[in-house]
Design a binder for this molecule. Structure first.
Ligand code: NI
Length: 400
């Protein structure tokens, strides 16, 4: 079966590159993936796959062998691009000014379509039930919740996904057991002091100075009160306040992001931050508002499904092309929202060029080695085959 999947993927390679380049030239921002969705639906239909459009606003769902067996595997890919002006100089660079597939979601969508093509072409040799989820708006961490709200996970027993990774060379894949990405939450702090003359600080409550204390204390408190083996990153990315050089500021607003890896830390963070900020403000007679908004939880890869991905990749490419990732990422990924409904696992697809510099994700010169597309399709299709083959076995896609 592996040889058959590899042959089909190799034969499809020119078509897959054409698809990827089309998507790359026509990027669409989160929640506006109208043309992409129509295009994806067209390709799926041409493979004889049942298609539902407008699932999760601009999402697309494809069903292969929908009524077969008692288990269903979902394969999730995301379709949106970023508000970045592309500077790759490629022939097929973005034709949409200021919008770019700088996170490789064009490759993800292509791998999803390629996997659908390969599995549908296997015909009766593959009687497994697969639901393809083409998700919008991953970059703003909304699309997964839209898809789930529209029933995308109903009747799904397990879910697989992938993300490109430029630091892994094309031809290789990375798998990770346990935590893959961080929980990411939003923080807003407002400090309310009292205005006064810049020369007479004793008559005012300086919100800018108090804000400086708050930022410094939060960073120090992470080092001295949080378990260093359970990392927390708190970044204040935007700060506004003050009126004039000689007027003491009465109000400062700070916006930030908070990342954490351990579920217990994640639970405790809101009260912990609020206590520190409130105490500092009280000490200096200011008041404050602390708003902690939960974003997405961390991705926790299921052990059985990660073993399945590892085994599929090793059989397909050999052990030396499969990296077991030892570190999680503090990036966020809304794939975690599907995992509240079924166990799942996401792998890293290497897209690094072997012969030229690789730029990071979200960089205006980010570019992939397109040979990775076949690697992604074969890994995903063969993992899907193995899932079906082992369906019902203990440990595969069952929560421990
Ligand atoms: Ni991404």
């Amino acid at each position: 079966m592996l040889d058959q999947i590899k042959d089909l993927a190799e034969k499809l390679a020119p078509r897959l590159i054409e698809i990827r380049r089309h998507l790359h030239s026509h990027p669409e921002l989160s929640g506006q993936e109208y043309q992409t969705a129509t295009y994806v639906a067209g390709v799926l239909s041409s493979c004889g796959i049942q298609v539902r459009e407008s699932v999760g606003k601009t999402g697309v769902v494809g069903e292969l062998n929908a009524s077969v067996g008692d288990r269903r595997l979902a394969i999730r890919t995301d379709m949106d691009a970023l508000p970045i002006a592309e500077r790759t100089g490629l022939d097929f660079a973005s034709r949409q000014p200021g919008v770019m597939h700088a996170c490789g979601h064009d490759v993800h969508t292509t791998v999803g379509l390629g996997t659908a093509m390969v599995l549908s072409q296997l015909g009766e040799a593959f009687p497994g039930s697969i639901r393809f989820l083409f998700q919008p708006a991953e970059e703003i961490a909304r699309g997964a919740s839209w898809m789930v709200a529209d029933g995308a996970m109903e009747g799904v027993n397990a879910v697989l996904s992938l993300h490109v990774f430029p630091t892994i060379p094309a031809g290789s894949v990375g798998v990770r057991y346990g935590t893959l990405t961080a929980a990411a939450d939003d923080l807003r702090i407002v400090i309310i002091g009292e205005s006064g003359h810049g020369a007479r600080p004793h008559e005012a409550k300086d919100a800018i100075w108090i804000a400086a204390q708050v930022i410094t204390s939060l960073q120090q408190a992470i080092c001295r009160t949080q378990n260093p083996l359970r990392p927390v990153v708190l970044t204040i990315g935007k700060m506004t306040g003050g009126r004039a050089p000689n007027v003491i500021a009465d109000r400062v607003e700070m916006l930030g992001t908070v990342r954490s890896l351990h579920p217990e830390t994640h639970t405790n963070l809101p009260q912990w931050i609020e206590r520190i900020v409130t105490n500092i403000c009280q000490t200096y007679g200011a008041s404050c508002e602390v708003e902690y908004k939960r974003g997405v939880p961390g991705v926790q890869n299921d052990t059985g499904l990660t073993q399945l991905l590892e085994a599929a990749a090793k059989e397909a490419w050999g052990s030396d092309r499969v990296t077991i990732l030892l570190e999680p990422s503090l990036g966020a990924e809304d794939f975690s929202l599907y995992l509240q409904h079924a166990p799942g696992a996401m792998f890293r697809l290497g897209v690094g060029h072997h012969d030229k510099p690789n730029y990071p994700l979200h960089h205006p010169q980010f570019d992939v080695d397109e040979s990775a597309i076949v690697t992604g399709v074969v890994t995903m299709a063969y993992a899907a085959y193995k899932y079906w083959q082992h369906a019902g076995e203990k440990g595969i896609g069952h929560r421990a």
